[in-house]
Design a protein around this ligand. Sequence first.
Ligand code: DQA
Length: 148
Amino acid sequence: MKLLILNGPNLNLLGLREPEIYGKRDFKALEAFIRESCAEEGIACELFQSNHEGALVDKIQEAYGVFDGIVINPAAYTHTSVAILDALKAVSLPAVEVHLSDVKSREDFRQISYAGRACVKTFMGLGFEGYRQAIRFLKDYLRGESAT
Ligand code: DQA
């Protein structure tokens, strides 16, 4: 089983960026946490972060036929990007959405998730742990799919 883990804009500034919302640990720590979570589950993974919408769309397109599923935190593009939604729908790989913060309890403009419409599940407000939950969920989901 091979998962693509995508992180969107400004997540590379974790630690520096609004630590009261996103925590004090940096992006390197998040990547290490994700790699560890995948290793624990015996899952191969590739991690990709970009501040550019098109780069994320390209990566989703390239995932077709290569990865079994996608974990995605589209960051601000969550609330604006029909292109990311369309790319997820186009490749039709099971995807799980993650947000470090509890977006539901934040500003009005964060209440829409385009990418979320193409995702089988969303984890939010759990910090790094949300990624582990997403990886575990996707593993079970994919196992269920291959059993049917
Ligand atoms: C975020 C929430 C988004 O609203 C925000 O734009 C981000 C990070 C999160 O992980 O909580 O950049 O996706």
